[in-house]
Design a protein around this ligand. Sequence first.
Ligand SMILES: Nc1ncnc2c1ncn2[C@@H]1O[C@H](COP(=O)(O)OP(=O)(O)O)[C@@H](O)[C@H]1O
Ligand SMILES: [Mg+2]
Length: 343
Amino acid sequence: MSAPGTTKLLEVRDLAVAFETRGGMIHAVNGVSYALETGETLGIVGESGSGKSVHVLAMLGLIPKPPGRIARGEVVFQGRDLLALPDKALRKVRGGEIGFVFQDPMSSLNPAMTVAAQIVEPLRIHLGLAGAAARRRARELLDLVRIPDAGSRLDQYPHEFSGGQRQRVMIAIAIACKPKLLIADEATTALDVTIQAEIIALVRELKREIGMAIIWITHDLGVVAGIADTVQVMYAGRILERGPVDDIFSDPRSAYTLGLLRSLPDLGVRDVRRLRLQPIEGTPPDMRLPPAGDPFAPRNRYATPRCFLEAPPLSQAPGAAPGHLVAAWYDLPGQLARERPTP
Ligand SMILES: Nc1ncnc2c1ncn2[C@@H]1O[C@H](COP(=O)(O)OP(=O)(O)O)[C@@H](O)[C@H]1O
Ligand SMILES: [Mg+2]
């Protein structure tokens, strides 16, 4: 699967996370396995509640325990299992070798601290920088995320920045220590489309400059098209499909991915999207009782009886590009060919 000369930066092996709640056990992540190469950008998509956030929070040791519990799995980052690291060692990784940006910069930034103080913090903790050297680097970072007039803005507070600029400050903090991996979870969701596009363009430039790998999480498949090398589709705490971005868009093999593509506004580029704009019918399963079979089966018009009984493994899709994996018992291209009206 990996191209020659690339190396694995991260390997997630059979990760499962549950929450013990008064209403019962919620099985949020149910056996997720994948690898990320050095410098690769992975887009993770899926409707709300599919376990995207929980799986990265678990990786970073940020799941509240209780009610959260890592049921099983390993998250090997640069040769070390993050789930087995003592808290102190994990804190060194978090914000140092792994930077992260979440959806709402207002709640992630401290409203009572200047922007300079907040950028300097990771520099002090992870790189031991202080005083004038730290301040110089903080200013460079604000320049790097294209905040105009960085020098005079360092001493301002978060509320003096616009929403898009606050997200840029969050990115400056996330990349302050030149991480090997940047994790962004719905990082542009709260922003309007123009600002969203600017932030994505910025992250692509920073990736070129810093050479980091990225995990970009979003419920919006349209957003990953502009940034990802590889796309991974999650549903009910599992991966239903994964592959090179162009193949996912031009040759989807999971009915769920097809549903996500068809619910995108038509950009007039790809085949599947020329079909009508249609939302996916039905609702995701109740994660207190995860289904035994393919979790998407009840919403899938192409489901076969086997889909309801047995969960399909994630494996190479027949006839698809190498590394294009799908978890499905049904043959989506065959079904679509049968449906196509004869001219
Ligand atoms: N602290 C929590 N307590 C109980 N359930 C939770 C908690 N956090 C997340 N969950 C549940 O875990 C599942 C996955 O959530 P999440 O990873 O946030 O989804 P996504 O990011 O894909 O929208 C959801 O069913 C959600 O309700
Ligand atoms: Mg989320």
